[in-house]
Design a protein. Structure first.
Length: 367
């Protein structure tokens, strides 16, 4: 098999026309679509319904091409919608398709993809160890489906997880259960953190004995170098997509990742590009940028309130939520070196890289 990646624009959250055009023109077979990541122009917070809008549109339009009911499309295709395109970031979709490829090349691994889903979580499980364990199980299942045996060959784990709403909290209370928090916004961070620790557990990045409910969202020394989690109101399960390199797959696409130690860690990005064979002396030229299929990154405002000793106000701004500032900042840093603005930068990096930093990955076609 070969994993193909298509990066297409989104005019608004309900616009799936670029994906449909790929299908209708014969570039992409609807049946081959394995996963879709979407960056929508909402606020990325609890009430960001652009994610659900995009998901609903994709389900309805792809159902026609697949000949199935719209509500079954998410069961067949892993769809991860992430809100927030602040600054110069551009709304877009990343469409991953598994197609029949040639024979795998000897001594060369190619981009591989695997997906899995947890069962629906109860509200009281969100942000707690049941979510961590369920996510870890799904990550392992996705690795198996991607023919990736060695965790070292996993370079990105994209997770879409649920959050708490007042209604969900009340439902748990009606059964005598207590949720991890009564703050709906705080639930996003706890859910993202539990998802990331689930990936870290599956990949051997953390000691299982170090994990319990109390460390989620608090002990930030525990983190994954390859997890990217995004919380949304549109689901109660967690969708998991594993991207890595496998000798069982063919094609010229590969993925590499690194860790930005803070929001302006440009050298870390350059190292990832060099791992993929790019000569980095400044901003990539147009020909080099055309080899890049996707850029994936996490962004987080440091809890210390400083970047390299100098104060920032991301956590003090009462008008704009800190994750929105962080997405814009990291998006600008990445765009400056890569020369593209349709970058999948996700905010909220709890347990995803060190505090104030986060994982970054690039998928590219290699010569």
């Amino acid at each position: 098999m070969e994993c193909c990646v298509h990066r297409v624009p989104m005019r608004h959250p309900g616009d799936a026309s670029a994906i449909i055009r790929l299908i209708d023109e014969g570039t992409l077979a609807a049946e081959a679509i394995t996963a879709i990541f979407g960056k929508t122009e909402g606020n990325g917070c609890v009430n960001d319904f652009t994610r659900g809008y995009a998901l609903s549109t994709l389900s309805a339009t792809l159902a026609l091409r697949l000949g199935i009911a719209p509500d079954t499309v998410p069961l067949r295709i892993a769809m991860v919608m992430s809100g927030g395109t602040e600054g110069g970031l551009s709304p877009h979709f990343l469409v991953f398709a598994a197609t029949a490829g040639g024979e795998p090349r000897a001594n060369r691994k190619a981009l591989a993809i695997g997906t899995a889903s947890t069962a629906p979580l109860r509200p009281e499980d969100i942000g707690r160890m049941p979510q961590v364990k369920a996510t870890a199980t799904s990550v392992r299942a996705a690795m198996n489906r991607a023919d990736i045996a060695d965790p070292a060959d996993v370079h990105w784990v994209q997770i879409k997880c649920p959050l708490l709403t007042k209604e969900r909290i009340a439902e748990a209370q009606s059964r005598g259960a207590r949720t991890a928090t009564a703050d709906t916004y705080a639930s996003m961070g706890l859910s993202r953190g539990a998802g990331a620790l689930g990936a870290a557990l599956a990949l051997g990045e953390v000691d299982p004995a170090a994990l319990d409910d109390g460390v989620i969202g608090s002990n930030l020394d525990l983190w994954s170098a390859r997890a990217s989690t995004s919380a949304g109101v549109e689901l109660m399960n967690s969708e998991v997509v594993v991207l890595g390199n496998s000798a069982a797959w063919s094609g010229d696409r590969v993925i590499a990742h690194g860790i930005m130690r803070d929001a302006i860690d440009l050298p870390a990005v350059a190292d990832v590009l060099r791992d993929l064979g790019f000569a980095v002396t400044g901003q990539l030229d147009a020909a080099s940028a055309c080899r890049i299929d996707a850029v994936l990154a996490k962004a987080e405002a440091s809890r210390s309130g400083v970047i390299r000793g100098t104060r920032h106000i991301m956590g003090d701004d009462s008008d704009i939520q800190a994750t929105r500032h962080a997405r814009a900042l990291v998006g600008g840093v990445l765009a400056g070196v890569i020369g593209l603005t349709d970058l999948f930068v996700s905010g909220g990096a709890e347990h995803q890289g060190p505090d104030g930093g986060g994982p970054v990955a690039v998928i590219a076609r290699c010569p």
